[in-house]
Design a protein. Sequence first.
Length: 202
Amino acid sequence: MDSSEGQEPLADQVAQCALRRKSRLQVCNPGATCHNVTVDPITKARLRCECKLDANGDHALKCPKGGGPKHRHDAVKEALASWLSEWGWPAITEQVAMNWCKKESHPGAKDAFTAFLDVKYTNEAMGDVYMDVSVTDGAAQAAKTGYRSSWLRVLERRQKEKHKKYPGPGLTVFALDVGGRWGREAEAWLKGISQYIDQDKR
């Protein structure tokens, strides 16, 4: 597909899919299943989605094993790590936080839990800080609840869920909506850390 000067051309397959969705035409064949695959960070096992695809292709926008949510999540994670490194705090991604890991309460209980966080960095004032990225779709969640929930409530609920899962200090939940809105905790983090960033790097 042709593009304007200086812009990367849109792949034909992507353009065709977008046009079919825009025209409300069938995107997926009847009976087709999702082929997205994700890798378990601990066991390294390949986990295939295999959900039945809807005709409009909406599943691709929300599939957690390789669809839109995963791509957006990973993009935010890498952006945070890049920002922190540029600001002078080398950040590492995909880290196990031992203080939140849980061993089996007794042999065979199967309640062991490995805390796998998105970003870790060390700040001279705050010490080790772990960040967990969460991308939500406030509009979709609001529709499910009859529009009783705003995008902000959805973000706040996600923040509470993360802190319940990883209690205590040392965690920043970087939650944001697919529409670009940031959660209050993410905004507070940026405001707080900006005081340690040189003016020319802001």
